[in-house]
Design a protein around this ligand. Sequence first.
Ligand code: PHE
Length: 365
Amino acid sequence: CAPAAAEGPAAAEGDTIKVANLSPLTGPVPTFGESTKNGFMMAVEEWNANGGILGKQIEPIVEDSQCTADPAVNAANKVIDQDGVHYIVGEVCSSASIPVSEVAQEKGVLMISPTSTNADVTLNLDGTTKDMVFRACFIDPFQGLVMAKFASDQGYTKAFVMSDQGNDYVRGLAEVFSEKFVEYGGEIVGSENYTGTDTDFSAILTKVADSGAEVLYLPDYYNVINLVAAQAKQLGITAVMMGADGWDSSDLDIAAADGGYYSNHYSPDDTRDVVVDWVSKYTEKYGATPDALATLAYDATNLLFAAIEKAGVDDAAAVATAMESLSYDAVSGTVTFDEQHNPIKSAVVLQVKDGAIQFVASVAP
Ligand code: PHE
C-alpha cells in the first residue's frame, strides 16, 4: 500500500464533512448522472435532517464527470485539491471510475462507486485490492455469467456478441458472456467490434442476420442500444437482444428494444418493505420511479456515512478500515464486502415488454 494512502489528505478542521459526488450529468448518458445525483442528494439530506455525522452537517459537492476518463479525473483532482474532500461517491461508468480510483488511491481519498461493475475498479495492476476503493454493486464477472446462464436456460444455443473495445465495461462483459455461454454449452456464432462514436451498425447487423444467431448480446449503455435496436428492427433481425445494467434508463427506446432482456441490480417491483418505502419516497420527491442508478447512489452514500459513523472520525483511511467490516441493510440488499471490496449481491433479469420493463427472475450469487 502506498504511503500516501496511509496518511490521507491533510486533515482540515472544518465545521462540515465534505463529500463529493462525480456524476455524468452531461455527455453520452445524462440520465445516469441525474439519477445518481438524486440518490446521492437524498441520502445527504436525510442524514443532515437527522443531525449529520459525528455532530457535523454534510456538505455535498456535485461535479459533472461525463462518464469519461479525462473529465472524471479532472473533477476528482478538483474536489480533492481545491475543495479538500476526503470522500468521493462515483463515478458511474467503469471507464471513468478506473482512472479516478487511481487518483483516490494515490491521494488517500476514500472512493465508493455506486455502479461501476468492471472488476478492475477496486484492483491494482498486480491484482491486490486498492485499500481506499469500494463499490456498492456486484461485478461484471457475475453479471455476464447471469445473462449467459439465462440465455442458455431459455434454450438458446447460438449467440452473436457486439463489443466496443474502448469501453472497459462493454469489453469486460462481452468477454465474460462469450466464455460462460460456451461453458453452458452454447456457441458464439459471431462477434464484431465497433467504436463509441459509431452510429451506423448495418454492416454488423447484416452479419448477425447471416450468422443464424438466436441471441444478440450487446452490453452497452442505452444511447448505443437505442441506435442498434432501431436499426436491427428495420433490418428485420429476429435474434433476441440481451444486455446488462447499462440499458437501465428512462431514455431507453422501449419500442425498439421490445422483447430484449437485461441484467440489473434491482427491480422497483420488489415487494420487500425497504424497496417499497424507497420507491415511494423517491417518487414523491423526484416524480419518477427510482432506477438502479438512483438506488445504488443512495445505497453507496448511506454505506459511506455509516462507515464514517462507525470509524468515529473524519479520516479517510480510518473510514476505509471501518467500511471493510461494515454490514449494512441497503435498498439493493444487505451489503458486506469481500476481500476485493465488492459486495456479494443478487442480480435481477428484466425484460422490455409491451412498453414496460418487467421483472423476470432474481439470480443469487
Ligand atoms: N455498470 C456500468 C459500468 O460499469 C454503469 C451502470 C450501472 C449503468 C447501472 C447503468 C446502470 O460502466
